[in-house]
Design a protein around this ligand. Structure first.
Ligand code: 3H9
Length: 728
């Protein structure tokens, strides 16, 4: 049975990518799809009654094509024949007008396929792009050669390919990637067929002139080479995540090399592509992160389907920076938001924060003025909880006080409808306790937004012991609707991200005691690729917050018992008042005239104080700085998996990539430990440090011990667990 359907209208054949393969949700160009499409193209080409061919998406997918099927990638780089290259060569060789009709997205191999057509048209909302760099590879089916040829613009091509950005239809039209854009209200298929009919009278010369393989990139070769060199200077170094981006430029350089034929250019591209696919650890980590994000943000298997389309009224309680940031997210996504605070003063502050956030959207080109005004118009400020009577969901974001949060939930119980979802935004408090005060606690859940909430993509969605599966499905859907990366986790102290951070920052402070400087530790972590080190993180979050948590736990002033404890971070706050960036001083000094007060400058006061505390002790080496800081974090991750707080290691990886600046090219902390360091080494060092320091966070997780004994990776363990569960 032919799967790529052909609709014959007049003399134009319309071929649909992956039609009849509904499991192929995004029309990726896997083996079956390639085979069917190739057959369809060949038979349409042979048919003398067909004068032109339109290639478009399928009925079951909103995409033209998301490109090559990433699940087919393997280190050998062998793709079952027909390969994408074979398919593209046949399509490009068709001597009839061929038109790609792009709806949704044409990405990677999808755009490469479209570039092999003589013409391309799209809907107004379509986007095209070559995002392979995010997967640690380069466009490998002609993208680095045909994009410069179609745009005749090396600077644009480098920018588009090394950033992997999505290009909107109007910009693509201006850049010559598209030939026309279908007006709103008209069906793309009909528009494309009409367009193709208009080309049936095109001369063979005109058609040959549309064949990009026969074109060259015009311009001053030296100038274009200089543009490439300048781009290489700007990109991250190959060792710091830039391997693929550098590969892109190397391949693009071939496109304007006058000594190279098109076939030779394609060979350069293929060599770079294959080298990255087969050898790049960064690429493996990036592809892992792509699938990990989808795994970590999907509702649990078997979750009930819930329809949130009519649930558009949200209440946010607390108009501080966090609450106002959360309100902004819902407003942007089209919700009606009632923002509640205790008094007019607090509310006015919140209103200003929301207004500023939304103004920024216009300034940064993320929203039109009209859209921003419409967003603001959906905000209703209020000083009474009663105003939340009609909302579908509440996110409470008052300051961290258990009794206050419980009281608010109790009060809400008498105000909102019985099916109104009640979420608390807390980073530390027990959600079982907060949720437990309402009549039907199945509708309660935690939503831990990261600060600033209007910017950070991550939300830890916390399931407490009361939460119903329907509430999980609904909150997962709302999180996706507000364009956040929502990861479902269980309820425990610090949830996942902050629980793992505690031993990381704790151990970093021990390194200070042992003679390392603040810059030594932060520098080692940044050199590994993380956005910031633990001390900069403390300064941003506020060192007073950590101090209050330790005080609450009874650890400060000698209350830590036998546990190894350093009072350095306590003294930093209590003696020096160095609470962080907000005070202009923390582990670093901050000068309002340097980077708007956000750049950490070495502090003489801190250095002199640390010097006086630790003498000339030095019980670490350079490699230790990374392992001592990050292995306890990873070990805690294993404990989290062992306790079932997270279902899979992918959840942890995504939390760290989106919430803590973990480099995507290191795949997340669990991937780093499992694939780049090796679990055996992690266990060996963890055991060694546990014997030396006896600190609980160094006690090796039983799961880690078992995996090393069984010579099993943590992803393998998670897959086996999922398989066993599916058999129940
Ligand atoms: C390439 O083209 C290489 C060539 O240059 C050279 C080759 C020789 N393959 O994201 P979603 C799955 S490299 C396989 O949730 P959305 C995805 O895993 C490719 N599967 O939907 C998910 O599966 P599940 C370059 C893919 O609407 C389902 O589709 N292209 C692929 O939020 C739905 O995805 C890219 O890098 C794929 N290519 O976003 C584009 N794409 O439901 C990658 C998606 O089982 N894709 N899946 O979890 C995307 O950016 C987004 O998926 C897209 C849709 C924007 C298309």
């Amino acid at each position: 049975m032919l799967r790529a359907s052909r609709r014959l209208m007049s003399s134009v054949a319309t071929l649909r990518i992956a039609q009849g393969i509904p499991k192929n949700k995004v029309n990726s160009l896997g083996f079956e799809t390639r085979k069917n499409l190739l057959n369809e193209i060949q038979s349409a080409n042979k048919n003398p009654d067909i004068k032109a061919i339109v290639i478009t998406g399928s009925d079951h997918s909103s995409a033209f094509s998301a490109g090559a099927d990433i699940t087919e990638f393997n280190a050998t780089g062998e793709f079952q024949s027909p390969s994408l290259h074979e398919l593209i060569d046949v399509l490009e060789g068709v001597e009839k007008p061929t038109v790609a009709a792009i709806k949704g997205v044409a990405l990677g191999g999808g755009l490469e396929l479209a570039l092999a057509c003589k013409y391309r048209v799209s809907t107004e909302s379509a986007k095209v792009g070559l995002p392979e760099v995010h997967l640690g590879i380069i466009p490998g089916a002609g993208g680095t050669q045909r994009l410069p040829r179609v745009t005749q613009d090396i600077k644009f091509s480098i920018g588009a390919i090394t950033s992997g950005r999505m290009i909107k239809a109007q910009e693509a039209l201006g850049a010559n990637i598209l030939d026309d854009v279908c007006p709103k209200g008209e069906e793309l298929d009909d528009f494309a067929v009409k367009f193709a009919e208009g080309k049936t009278s095109a001369s063979p010369e005109e058609l040959a002139g549309r064949n990009l393989a026969k074109k060259t990139v015009e311009g001053d070769v030296e100038e274009m080479a200089a543009i490439c060199d300048a781009a290489l200077e700007r990109l991250p170094a190959p060792a710091m995540g830039g391997e693929a981006a550098h590969g892109c430029v190397e391949a693009i350089k071939a496109s304007f090399d006058p000594t190279k034929s098109f076939e030779e250019c394609m060979k350069t591209e293929m060599d770079v592509f294959m080298n990255l696919l087969s050898n790049s650890e960064q690429g493996q980590a990036r592809r892992h992160a792509f699938f990990a994000e989808r795994i970590a943000t999907a509702p649990p298997k078997g979750s009930p389907k819930v329809d949130i389309s009519g649930k558009t009224k949200v209440g946010v309680i607390g108009a501080g920076t966090m609450g106002s940031g959360i309100a902004t997210c819902f407003l942007r996504a089209g919700y009606d938001v009632t923002l509640v605070d205790v008094n007019e003063k607090g509310l006015e502050r919140g209103r200003k924060i929301v207004g500023r956030n939304i103004e920024q959207d216009v300034k940064r080109g993320r929203a039109s003025q009209a859209k921003a005004e419409a967003n603001i118009a959906r905000l209703t400020p209020s000083t009474t909880l009663d105003s939340l009577a009609g909302v579908d969901m509440v996110v409470e974001a008052v300051f961290e006080n258990l009794d206050l949060k419980k009281k608010i939930f109790k009060d809400l119980d008498g105000i909102v409808a019985k099916d109104c979802i009640l979420c608390t935004n807390t980073s530390t408090l027990d959600i079982d306790e907060i949720g437990g005060v309402v009549d039907n606690p199945g509708r309660t859940m935690g939503m831990h937004f990261f600060s600033p909430a209007n910017v950070m993509k991550l939300v830890e969605n916390i399931q407490c012991k009361h939460t119903s599966p329907e509430t999980i499905s609904a909150v997962t859907a709302h999180t996706k609707k507000i364009s956040k990366v929502g990861v479902l986790v269980g309820n425990c102290d610090g949830f996942v991200g902050n629980r793992m951070v505690a031993p990381y920052t704790g151990e970093a402070c021990f390194l200070l005691e042992e003679g390392a400087s603040v810059q030594d530790v932060d520098g080692a972590i940044v050199d590994l690729g993380m956005a910031i080190g633990p001390f900069t993180m403390g300064d941003i979050a506020g060192n007073d917050i950590g101090y209050l948590i330790r005080k609450e736990k009874g650890w400060v002033e000698g209350g830590a018992g036998d546990m190894r404890y350093t009072d350095l971070p306590d003294t930093l706050v209590t003696k020096f008042g160095r609470i962080g960036q907000k005070a202009g001083k923390g582990w670093y000094d901050y000068d309002p005239n340097v980077g708007k007060g956000r750049i950490g400058l070495a502090s003489e006061e801190v250095e002199a104080w640390l010097e006086s505390e630790r003498g000339d002790c030095k019980d670490w080496n350079e490699k230790d700085l990374v392992e001592r800081s990050l292995f306890p974090l990873v070990n805690e991750g294993f404990k989290i998996l062992e306790e079932g707080i997270c279902d899979r290691p992918e959840h942890i990886d995504i939390i760290y990539i989106y919430g803590y600046g973990w480099p995507v090219w290191r795949g997340g902390p669990m991937w780093w430990a499992d694939q780049q360091v090796g679990l055996e080494h992690v266990l060996e060092m963890t055991t060694k440090y546990h014997e030396k320091y006896q600190n609980d966070w160094w006690k090796p997780s039983q799961l880690l011990v078992d995996l090393v004994a069984d010579k099993k990776g943590v992803y393998e363990w998670a897959n086996e667990k999922a398989k066993a569960r599916s058999k129940l």
